[in-house]
Design a protein around this ligand. Structure first.
Ligand SMILES: [Zn+2]
Length: 354
C-alpha cells in the first residue's frame, strides 16, 4: 500500500509543482488564483486537475476550447509520482520519507524552472538548503548536522571556485567588475586566505572585505587575477604549515562556500539592479543548488556534480547545443547520488581493487 500511496501523492504534488514552475519565475502567487487554461483562460475544474488521467482522457486538449495542452504537465506529474514511488522503496512510512519527498519535489521544480528560464530561483535553492540543514539539525537526517553543514559549504565553495576559474579563462584574465558589497571576489579571497590561515580566519578576512566594501560603497577586494592564480600555490604550502593537503583544501573550500552562500543570501534579499548581461561560465544559481545538495548528500554532492557534468555534456553533444541549463543535470545527479551514491562509490572502489 505504501508505494502506491507514495505514487498517488507524487502525482498530486507534481500537479502542484506545475503551478510552481509556471508561476514562481513570474513572481505570481502560487496559491491564488486557481489554475486556468493557458489558451482560453477558462478556470479548470476539479476533474481537469486529476493528474495524468485527465490529460489522457481529454487526449491532450482543453475541455473548454479544444486547444492543445503541453505534454509537459502530465510529464512533470508522472516524473514526480515515479520519484516518490522510488523513495517509498527506500524509506518506510514516516517523517524521513516525507523529507525525502520534499527533497525530490524541490529538485523537480528547480530542474523545470531552469529549463524554462535559465534561472534557479533563490526561494527554491535556499529553501532546499535550509530544509536539509534543519532536518539534519533536528533529526540527524539525512546526515548528522556537522556533515550537512560541511557538505553544503564544501560543495558551494568547490563549484564557486570552478566558476571563478572558468570565468577567468573565458575572459582571458580580464578582471571582472567586482560586485559591491559582496560577490565572487570575496569567495576567491576566502579560498586563498582559508588555504593560508584556516577556514575561520579566511572567512573573517573575506567578511571584512565585504563590510569595508559596504561601508565605502566601493569594492575593497583583491583582484581575481591575483587570488585565483595564487590559490593552488597556497594549497601546496600546506606541508610547511603543518597541515596535510586535503585538510588545507577542505578549510579553503569551507571558507569559500561560507562566502558564496552568505553572499548569495544577501543578494536574495537585495535583488541586483538591471545590468547588461556579462558572459559567465556558470551562474551562482548552480553554486547555490550544489550547496543545497551538499546539505542533503554531504560529500556525495561531488558525485552529483560529476554525474551532472557527465549527463549535461552527453546531452549537449547529442543535441548539439552550446547553451544548456545546468540545473536539470545537477538535480538528476543529486537524485541518483542520494539513492545510489553509496552503491556507486562502493562499485567504484571495487573496480579500483580496494
Ligand atoms: Zn482552453
Amino acid at each position: 500500500m505504501w508505494p502506491l500511496f507514495a505514487l498517488v501523492l507524487g502525482l498530486v504534488v507534481g500537479s502542484f509543482l506545475n503551478v510552481v514552475i509556471h508561476r514562481l519565475p513570474k513572481g505570481e502567487s502560487i496559491a491564488y488564483p486557481p489554475s486556468r487554461c493557458p489558451a482560453c483562460g477558462h478556470r479548470l475544474g476539479a476533474l481537469d486537475l486529476v493528474p495524468v488521467l485527465s490529460y489522457l482522457l481529454l487526449r491532450g486538449r482543453c475541455r473548454y476550447c479544444g486547444g492543445p495542452i503541453s505534454p509537459r504537465y502530465p510529464l512533470v506529474e508522472a516524473l514526480t509520482g515515479g520519484l516518490f514511488l522510488l523513495a517509498a522503496l527506500f524509506f518506510p512510512p514516516g517523517v524521513e520519507a516525507f523529507l525525502v519527498f520534499l527533497f525530490l519535489a524541490f529538485l523537480v521544480a528547480l530542474a523545470f524552472v531552469d529549463l524554462d528560464t535559465f534561472e534557479l530561483p533563490d526561494p527554491l535553492t535556499y529553501g532546499l538548503l535550509f530544509l536539509g540543514l534543519l532536518a539534519s539539525w533536528a533529526l540527524a537526517f539525512p546526515l548528522p548536522f556537522r556533515e550537512s553543514l560541511d557538505g553544503a559549504l564544501l560543495a558551494a565553495g568547490g563549484l564557486g571556485l570552478v566558476a571563478g576559474y572558468g570565468n577567468l579563462f573565458l575572459r582571458r584574465f580580464r578582471e571582472p567588475k567586482p560586485e559591491v558589497p559582496v560577490g565572487p571576489h570575496q569567495v576567491h579571497m576566502a579560498a586563498l586566505f582559508g588555504a593560508l590561515l584556516g577556514p575561520g580566519v579566511g572567512m573573517a578576512l573575506a567578511f571584512l572585505s565585504w563590510a569595508l566594501s559596504g561601508r565605502t560603497g566601493r569594492p575593497v577586494v583583491l583582484p581575481d587575477r591575483l587570488t585565483l592564480p595564487l590559490w593552488p600555490f597556497a594549497l601546496l604550502l600546506a606541508p610547511t604549515l603543518g597541515l596535510d593537503l586535503l585538510e588545507n583544501l577542505k578549510g579553503s573550500l569551507l571558507a569559500a562556500g561560507g562566502l558564496a552562500l552568505a553572499g548569495g543570501l544577501y543578494w536574495a534579499f537585495r535583488p541586483l539592479p538591471e545590468e547588461e548581461e556579462e558572459p559567465v561560465a556558470m551562474g551562482y544559481g548552480d553554486v547555490k543548488l550544489l550547496g543545497a545538495l551538499g546539505a542533503w548528500l554531504g560529500p556525495y554532492a561531488f558525485l552529483a556534480l560529476f554525474l551532472g557534468v557527465f549527463a549535461g555534456a552527453l546531452v549537449g553533444l547529442l543535441l548539439r547545443q552550446r547553451k544548456l541549463p545546468f540545473g536539470p543535470y545537477l538535480a538528476l545527479g543529486g537524485v541518483v547520488a542520494f539513492f545510489f551514491g553509496e552503491a556507486i562509490f562502493g562499485a567504484y572502489l571495487r573496480l579500483l581493487g580496494f
